[in-house]
Design a protein. Sequence first.
Length: 354
Amino acid sequence: MTSWLKNLMKKRIMWPVGALVVLILVNVLYRPSFLKITVLDGRFYGSLMDILRNSAPLMLVSLGMCLVIATRGIDLSVGSQMAISGAVALTIISHSPTPNSLATVLGAIGVGVLITLLFGIWNGFLVALLGIQPIIATLVLWLAGRGIALLITGGFITTINSAPYKTIAQGNVLGFPVEFLIGLAAIIVVVLLVRRTALGVLTEAIGINPAASRLAGVRSRGIIWSLYGLSGLLAGVAGILYSSNIMAADSNAAGNGIELDAILAVVLGGTSLAGGKFTLGGTVVGVFIIQTLASTVTFLGVPSANVSVFKAAVVIVVVVSQAPMVRNWFGRQFRSSKTASPTATPVAMERTAA
């Protein structure tokens, strides 16, 4: 085996990528039109485009979750923050005399995202300054967030009829869904933020050894605070996407369970829950695995009662394949296959004859 292939096998991202490829192949085998993309009225259509579009809210939430987990934290409140963001935006638009005004829609979106940014900063305050365990600090907003959203909407599902707001979920630019482009923009911004500045290195330092990073002069509290704020901001944008898709603010359904899918996407991508080293690329792949798996479950006709079992089985296979013991075993198998090369056969035969 070449050194290039050996180095590739050592990379953690190779295993989730392999799992994604397998899921795509399964879809292609059972549904040959899976990879087919058609163009209608200047817009791309197809199963792949549906996956790209539907993965946008989870992508946003998972990016923020990845950075929070890298600091040995966790954010359980992202689903509730999605509900709050959508509730605020749609309430403002529904009470506006000009719901189809671009200024009204942009203002409503800005207020909704700003509020979730403040809630994210609140989580960071509890974790970084007061020293409360992240799972407890964010559990508070996880419990109270949907109640806040229900108070904003008056306990009802708020619906609107606004063309500019509808464009967020159903519009397209150069044939690509706006939702997908928003998710792509978020990936680019976050990658540039953490990989082209010192933020990524400092985040990993805090996750690996918080005490040592403080002694080295790293302002760990400020960084943790800002990352929780970023997580809240991304969750707020995800809430806007979700509410635009259904053109309603459903405080009970918005973001329901998305925090678990986000944590799963981060883990599937190769980021450890123990903090430290993280991989944004792996998180992106993890999101696509979850979304592709949801599509696979649909077309295979898995009964709704067995969907969770089916998804759990796939997740277990992917997670186990990333275990150090399994990766080391595969490495030994490849090394042994290289040792048993044809050039070594005559030597073995001579020893046997002797």
